[in-house]
Design a protein around this ligand. Structure first.
Ligand code: SF4
Length: 930
């Protein structure tokens, strides 16, 4: 791509740096290798390098050696890092420095005696701008995904150096094993990455000044040379499905059998396997559509559920498609999913693939709720600020670059850190803002574009929360046929969509425009508003402290539902009194802003601020006085050990979502609700009750897997009670012996983070010695990266809580055993479950907790067998259910596997027997080769 140089000169030389260390914390860790390499930016070649190993006072752990490939022997005769300080400082000189995740390297160097004051470019931050949607900014992954395989240009090494491999390589795959994470090697990768980022950050003429303004206002102007102006404008990819053939097939020639049958079109596709259950499922779906019915369809893992409903749905759309008429009122077919992963899978892969195969041209769109979209109006307003923090600046530049690449504006597609995600609060589309700022429906706004495309589409993919709104009278289109996948989440998703939470942080956000609109003005009335806004925030803090005290006095746990008896208590009445007083102050300040004269340019902002504050006030009042149709509870968040960071949240959701679901089911012509887990003990009573469905067709399609042969479920019947002090020791011991037996390949499913932490702490050392990698939620990384590593590493174990019970699809030997630590009951005193049970006069435990647990358990067990060739074992370490009345319900809901109930002593011999000596030996020998 041609680019135009900007007024900031790109430095002629740069120094890349990297350190390998013994821990993540500079205060406790040591530097064991340092690399600084100088590059000529014109030729791209290495000019000079300084790469040294450094002595470590403490012996290296096997984990560090496994990560860095540096051994204790390699460091025996090396001087400590401190002896390199002077020559290293001299080597770096005054050049601009770059590093991947530079904060880490710079803080390490500073703590160990080498503060770097040069301009620093962080390629992690830059990559996050260049590829806003990519799933991971890990150096190796970025390199292998985006950097063109070409020789890393280095001169002949002066020393015998591990750079040797990188010097001659074309991509990391071609390099010698053991080089990854060595400091010199990583600098070379980072340099190639930086060159690619630079090409990617050629922006349009209109974006460049915005980026320049933000960088200068955040005192980050040293990043400016990275950005250039494109000579030719980039073309955005419209958010429509990938190119499809124009020619339309004759719809009458297409049937479900023609496509999914034993001689169907799909059998000619690689990897497609004809499945009787899939064809039967598709035929049932077609009948349901033809008869305008509602159906519940449970389809076990391996049935091929997605194509099973997609094929009949697409065929009906093709057959029903009216001749194009701009005036005709149209109804639209819908697929609703719970997870973004499934939504992306459908839109990016499955639907385009089927449309290509069928040789038809249908319009497919994705639509989400308004708040999922970036408001370009709010973004423009924010860019007018003259001061930004580094974090905010990088986030805003990411958005500017992103809008050059896509029409979508779907904030969920962005990969954002927790900190950056906070800034979206000010920037997402919002009904109040749209009403005040764009009354005539701004046609360039991402939300309006998404709605427009959805209205034109034949098939729209939505999430469950939006689906429920589409059933309402003011829906943007009439619903034709609807498929609800992952339907076991529908009730929760519908309820979550009714959330009206309140917190001190939200109040500060609501009050911020009051201060912004008035603080620069000198008049006493304006100053009065500023003071009032501040005192309202302060008083709310006091009120919240009183609420926190009330909560801790009343409840042993951090959650308290405001049921009628709590509300009647004198202490709560005092809070209501205090809260009512506070609310009148809020109403007073709203009145002041209503009466304030503003410049016409600020009028929209003023009206928006008033609307937001009124909404807060209304929700607060409803919370104080209670609403029989809503569930309201207090939660004290104690994530930080520091009590000053603790915060109280007021949660408020709808009690019953059945009326909205009923609207949905009556407004759609026909609906198919499907999932791998909808039944309990083989019947639909529970889910029908929860979703308010009286009459529906019911189908169960078992899995195409041979569970008897492929899966052993071992229930340990003599495990200690999980509340017994000996349980932790028992768990640790089982995890070590099971992991060693199968050389990793184990997924541990937990119900609490503390238990994950305890097992991680108890097994880490032993498993490291055995060369088994341990991945644990909230300890060793994010979910996505850990799952990827687990899949690639084979000899690893992965420990996680609720989000790991679903959505992990790892066929093959990497996942050969699943260990269930406790049955996945919701925590006791769940306010939503308690309130529903009270309202419906049903038993909390048997009517709600047990069925929910069984559905979750079935999901967890479902992680094991993902293909016809998979083979493995599920171990349940919590036998308490065997003695309970619901025990039989649990057993009858398990897949038809080989079930063994036995002692801890028999566990390993039984598993050995199940896998066979030969297989276990093979895995063991693979482990020693690592
Ligand atoms: S229509 Fe709404 S979301 Fe779109 S730019 Fe205007 S205010 Fe923002």
């Amino acid at each position: 791509m041609k680019t135009t140089p900007t007024n900031k000169k790109f430095p002629s030389t740069l120094v890349g740096i990297d350190v390998e260390t013994t821990s993540l914390d500079p205060k406790t860790g040591e530097i064991i290798e340092v690399a600084a390499i100088r590059f000529d930016t014109k030729t791209g070649r290495v000019i000079d390098r300084y790469v040294e190993l450094c002595q470590s006072r403490a012996p290296l752990s096997s984990e560090i050696t496994a990560i860095t490939h540096i051994t204790n022997e390699m460091l025996t005769d090396k001087p400590p890092f401190s002896s390199y300080l002077k020559p290293l400082k001299k080597f770096i000189g005054r050049d601009t420095v770059f590093a991947h995740n530079a904060t880490f390297d710079i803080s390490y160097l500073a703590y160990h005696g080498l503060p770097i004051t040069n301009p620093v470019w962080d390629t992690f931050a830059l990559a996050s701008i260049a590829w806003p949607e990519t799933e991971s900014y890990n150096l190796g992954l970025l390199y292998s995904t985006y950097v063109e395989p070409a020789a890393v240009p280095v001169n002949k090494p002066k020393k015998q150096l591990r750079l040797k491999a990188a010097a001659k390589q074309s991509s990391p795959k071609d390099t010698e094993p053991g080089q990854e994470h060595r400091a010199g090697y990583d600098v070379l990768l980072t340099w190639r990455l930086l060159q690619t980022i630079r090409q990617k950050l050629a922006v349009s003429k209109s974006s460049y000044p915005k980026i320049k303004h933000v960088l200068e206002s955040a005192e980050l102007r040293h990043y400016l040379p990275i950005f250039t102006i494109q000579s030719a404008p980039q073309t955005k990819t419209p958010p429509a499905p990938p190119a499809q053939p124009n020619k339309s097939s004759d719809p009458s020639s297409l049937t479900v059998e023609n496509i999914l049958g034993p001689q169907g079109l799909l059998t000619k596709q690689p990897h497609f396997v004809y499945r009787e259950q899939q064809l039967a499922l598709a035929q049932s779906v077609m009948n349901v559509f033809n008869n305008d019915e509602i159906a519940l369809i449970e389809a076990g893992t391996g049935t091929g559920k997605t194509y099973g409903y997609l094929v009949p749905l697409l065929l009906r759309i093709i057959q029903d498609k009216p001749p194009a008429s701009p005036t005709a009122s149209r109804s639209v077919s819908i697929i609703s999913t719970y997870t973004k992963h499934l939504q992306d899978q459908l839109f990016d892969h499955d639907i385009p693939q089927l449309l290509r195969l069928l040789n038809v041209d249908l319009k497919v769109a994705v639509l989400k709720g308004r708040r999922n979209y970036l408001c370009t109006g709010r973004l423009a307003q924010t860019l007018q600020k003259t001061k930004f923090s580094t974090e905010e600046a990088l986030f805003l530049i990411k958005l500017i670059v992103w809008l050059e690449q896509t029409f979508s504006g779907d904030l969920e597609r962005l990969n954002l850190s927790h900190q950056a995600a906070r800034y979206t609060y000010h920037l997402h589309a919002d009904a109040v803002s749209c009403r005040h700022n764009c009354p005539s429906h701004n046609p360039t706004c991402p939300y309006n574009v998404a709605r427009y495309l959805a209205r034109q589409a034949d098939l729209v993919i939505v999430n469950h929360a939006l689906l429920v709104q589409l059933g309402s009278d003011d829906s943007i289109f009439a619903l034709d046929r609807t498929v609800i996948d992952e339907a076991h989440h529908l009730e929760d998703a519908a309820r979550d969509a009714t959330t009206r939470d309140l917190s001190a942080h939200m109040l500060a956000e609501v009050m911020a425009p009051f201060v912004q609109l008035t603080k620069k003005k000198d008049s006493p009335s304006h100053q009065h508003i500023v003071q009032e806004a501040q005192s309202i925030i302060d008083e709310y803090q006091q009120l919240f402290s009183a609420v926190a005290k009330f909560l801790t006095d009343q409840a042993r746990i951090n959650i308290l539902r405001l049921n009628p008896s709590v509300r009647r208590s004198t202490k709560w009445q005092r809070i209501v009194e205090q809260g009512t007083g506070w609310r009148s102050r809020l109403q007073f300040i709203i009145g002041l802003l209503q009466g304030m004269a503003t410049k016409s340019s600020e009028e929209n902002k003023r009206r928006e601020a008033i609307s937001e504050a009124e909404k807060f006030s209304r929700n607060f009042e409803a919370f104080l006085h209670g609403d029989p149709n809503r569930i309201q509870w207090l939660e004290l968040s104690t994530w930080s050990p520091n009590p000053t960071d603790h915060a109280v949240y007021l949660h408020d959701v709808s009690l019953s979502v059945q009326p909205s679901l009923a609207n949905l089911f009556t407004s759609t012509k026909s609906a198919v609700l499907t999932s791998a887990t909808l039944t309990i003990g083989g019947n639909y009573d529970y889910i029908k009750r929860r979703l308010g469905i009286n009459t529906a067709q019911e189908f169960i399609y078992g899995s195409s897997f041979d569970y008897k042969k492929q899966m052993l479920i071992y229930i340990v019947d003599d495990a200690p009670n999980p509340y017994d002090p000996s349980y932790q020791k028992f768990l640790t011991k089982q995890f070590i012996s099971l992991s060693k037996l199968t050389s990793g390949r184990l997924l541990g499913l937990f119900t609490s983070h503390q238990a994950v932490k305890d097992v991680y702490g108890g097994t880490n050392k032993e498993l490291n010695k055995a060369n088994i990698k341990l991945l644990a939620q909230k300890i060793t990384g994010g979910r996505h990266n850990m799952i990827k590593k687990f899949q690639q590493t084979h000899a690893s174990i992965l420990l996680g809580t609720y989000s790991f019970w679903e959505g992990i699809d790892i066929p093959g030997e990497s996942l050969s055993s699943v260990v269930i630590v406790k049955l996945p009951f919701s925590p006791p005193h769940d306010p939503v479950i308690d309130a529903i049970a009270e309202d419906e006069k049903i038993s909390t435990f048997t009517s709600l907790s047990v069925p929910t647990m069984i559905l979750r358990l079935r999901q967890g067990i479902g992680r094991l067998i993902r293909s016809q060739n998979d083979f493995g074992v599920v171990v349940i370490l919590d036998p308490r259910f065997l003695q309970q009345v619901y025990g039989q319900q649990v057993i009858s809901s398990l897949p038809p596997a080989t079930v063994h109930i036995g002692s801890t002593d028999d566990l390993l011999p039984t598993i050995k027997n199940w896998f066979g000596e030969k297989q276990l030996e093979q895995w063991k020998s693979d482990l020693t080769k690592r």
